[in-house]
Design a protein around this ligand. Structure first.
Ligand code: NDP
Length: 681
């Protein structure tokens, strides 16, 4: 008997009390492992996540959490061959395994990098600017995101045992949540192997990752209003979860990613001679055959101009005829097996339903030539292409979760858009066209029904990641039938896991709460110029109030000459007088900003290493020759960089004129040495 998969629960590996049920190799039909969760203490798991895992993650800043994800990505990257071997037993070819394993590792790297670049070295995230709620500015509002003291539960589908887990784990971990992973039973041996490596490494804080192999019955009963469940799988299970008391009455947040009848539309502009036709055909064939079509984003409906339908069917069929099916390890095999014999039965059933309004134009659902394996014992299947009859409904309703797609003809673009919408909401759609008008009309028509859209033509094809690849930086999820959930999409997915709260308070209170200086809060001017202070010495609110300087006509003339910016408002008195906003010569905005730098700078070598830009520059009041200006510079935010001897300091800059009116406002961004010893940059 093969090994019983274990769960990682409450700090140790748990072995079920019974023998479990067998999980079979998709290619050979041999038993790979057994699975059972009998006797598993689910309450102990959720308690462990809440009491041990959550606090340990939330103690880390976003940058530290990102560093953990990066280390995990490196760890798994060093061990890919063993994971590929386990993946092959799910029916996956090497290319399929790379989509799953490398795709998952890449997602971790992407989130690690985004955390360090786009999230603060803190445990909260500010959302937008402060809102002034009263007349004088002593009462402000600020939206902020905090971590929930809850648990992220993920219930995954069988098709991506690695990526499916890691793409949910990365944003949840960054958001400060411990995760309990429940993989689909089929293929769970691969997920278990990955979790085992992560746990053995000790890289993730204890309790931040637990694994539930087997039935999750009763798990949702342990969850409450700070917890969330992210589910990927069938619409039927999704519907069951939606009706669960924990969701309906208990406040558990549920994200569902279910069936999706994704479409690809061929534009009416594309002729047989255009490269776009080939791109379209390749896209459909790739999506039918990668992972044997068991991809939630695969193209199920190929929507083409009626006049091109014969040509498209012939071209797709010709390509499919070259796809060798068989043991993923055998030479030349392009498509492996479905995940299980049961899954193949489901796909055959779906095809027979589709056949009530579509005819098979390529492939036989019941027969396939197989290389290197036993066609009966493995879950092999031929790619099957169907062609819909006019007015067909089934292709818009039935998801055959395998190497199956249906060609559907349209007469007008409006009809193409309407056909796409019959899918009632999809994860991903694509349009292949070289006509910008078609691109706009179809994109706007399809967007409300989709989470992601690819517009493909000869120009972006060389770098296109394809119709079916979810990317960590782009939203994955879709409306309606696709479940209504949203995953990935960069930091958006992190924020989905956090609570946004509007906090109303005084500027000083907001500064204390957020750790960022807020306009109107106390400013501290002391003897020492802040440019002489290292990162360790600088404090939020440290301020420079500069001397003032009068801007002369000569300054403006010389700046125009030096820079070549001789725009009439700075050089031609008559023309400038006619300008309704200025009524005369005004200083260049960049001259004002440059003079301000001259006013606040402390010139000698010191801990300030570089100025790396300004944010949010606004020129509010014109500066005329003879006007006097000064600047107030205040430390707004301090962000140490983990891997460097310096950090970033964001300064609030306000340039004012003699009347006290703000002339320019912006943030100055500098790099400052952490200590006075390492000020050499
Ligand atoms: P399921 O919905 O049966 O399973 C998905 C996950 O939910 C698995 O981890 C499963 O565990 C778990 N699960 C099953 N029943 C429950 C329950 N009552 N409560 C909590 N969790 C539960 O989908 P399958 O993986 O079996 O796939 C069936 C069909 O779903 C496919 O043929 C396809 O049509 C569709 N599908 C769609 C995907 C998409 O992303 N659009 C992805 C995968 C599948 P266990 O495996 O242990 O039963």
């Amino acid at each position: 008997m093969s090994a019983l998969l274990e769960s990682y629960a409450a700090g140790s590996w748990f072995r079920a009390e019974d023998e479990g049920r067998p999980l079979l190799d998709a290619v050979t039909g041999e038993e790979v492992a057994r699975i059972s969760s009998t006797g598993l203490d689910l309450a102990a798991m959720t308690d462990h996540a809440r009491i041990v895992g959550g606090p340990a993650v939330r103690e880390l800043t976003f940058h530290q959490r990102g560093a953990v994800l990066k280390a995990v990505a490196k760890l798994l990257g060093a061990d890919k061959d063993e994971l590929y071997a386990l993946s092959a037993r799910t029916g996956a070819t090497l290319r399929d395994s790379q989509v799953d394993v490398d795709g998952g590792i890449g997602t971790l790297f992407s989130y690690a990098s985004k955390a360090s670049r786009e999230l603060p070295a803190d445990t909260i995230v500010l959302d937008g600017d402060t809102e002034q709620l009263g007349r004088t500015g002593v009462f402000l509002g600020q939206h902020l995101y905090t971590s929930r003291p809850g648990i992220a539960v993920q219930i995954n589908a069988f098709n991506f045992p690695v990526w499916g887990m890691l793409e949910k784990l990365a944003p949840a971990f960054l958001a400060g949540l411990p995760t309990i992973v429940k993989p689909a039973s089929q293929g769970a041996w691969l997920t278990e192997a990955v979790v085992r490596r992560i746990i053995d490494s000790g890289l993730m804080p204890e309790g931040s990752l637990q694994l539930l192999c087997g039935s999750p019955d009763g798990l949702l009963d342990q969850l409450g209003p700070q917890d969330s469940v992210a589910f990927t799988g069938s619409a039927a299970t999704g519907a069951l979860l939606r009706q669960h008391a924990a969701v309906v009455h208990g406040g558990v947040q549920l994200g569902v990613e279910a069936d999706s009848l994704n479409c690809s539309i061929l534009g009416p502009d594309v002729t047989a001679d255009d490269p776009e036709l080939d791109l379209f055909v390749k896209g459909v064939v790739t999506e039918m055959t990668v992972k044997a079509g068991q991809k939630c984003t695969a193209i199920r409906r190929a929507i083409v101009p009626a006049a091109m339908a014969d040509e498209v069917v012939a071209a797709i069929s010709a390509r499919l005829a070259k796809v060798t099916v068989g043991d993923p390890g055998s030479e030349g095999v392009r498509m492996g097996a479905l995940a299980s014999l049961a899954q193949r039965d489901d796909v055959r059933k779906a095809i027979s339903t589709l056949r009530s309004s579509a005819e098979i134009v390529f492939g036989d659902p019941d027969r396939v030539d197989v290389v290197g394996a036993d066609a009966e014992r493995g879950a092999f299947m031929s790619p099957v292409l169907l062609r819909a009859t006019e007015g067909a409904t089934e292709p818009h309703e039935v998801e055959a979760f395998g190497p199956v797609s249906t060609v559907i003809a349209y007469e007008s673009l409006d009809e193409a858009i309407a056909l796409a919408a019959l899918g009632r909401g999809s994860l991903a759609g694509s349009l292949v066209t070289h006509d910008p008008q078609v691109a706009r009309q179809v994109t706007l028509g399809l967007a409300p029904w989709h989470g992601r859209l690819l517009v493909l033509d000869r120009d972006d094809a060389p770098e296109s990641t394809g119709h079916g690849s979810p990317l960590p930086v782009l939203v994955h999820g879709g409306p309606g039938r696709a479940g209504g959930g949203e995953e990935l999409g960069g930091i958006r997915a992190v924020l989905h896991h956090m609570q946004r709260t509007a906090v109303q308070a005084s500027p000083d209170m907001l500064t204390a709460i957020t750790g960022q200086w807020t306009k109107g809060a106390a400013q501290r001017v002391d003897e020492q110029h802040p440019f002489r202070k290292s990162l360790a010495e600088l404090r939020i609110g440290d301020t420079i109030r500069s001397a003032s300087r009068t801007v002369t006509l000569d300054d403006i003339d010389r700046f125009a000459e030096l820079t070549g910016d001789t725009f009439y408002a700075h050089t031609d008195a008559e023309a400038a007088a006619a300008n309704p906003l200025f009524g005369g010569i005004v200083a260049h905005g960049y001259l004002v900003v440059s003079i301000a730098a001259g006013l606040f700078v402390d010139p000698d070598p010191g801990p300030v290493l570089a100025n790396f830009g300004v944010d949010h520059l606004r020129l509010l009041t014109p500066v005329k020759a003879g006007d006097t200006i000064d600047v107030v510079l205040t430390v707004k935010q301090i962000t140490p960089r983990a891997s460097a001897d310096y950090g970033e300091v964001r300064w609030d800059a306000v340039v004012s004129n003699a009347d006290g009116a703000a002339v320019a406002t912006y943030d100055v961004l500098t790099l400052v040495a952490k200590t006075l010893d390492n000020q050499e940059g």
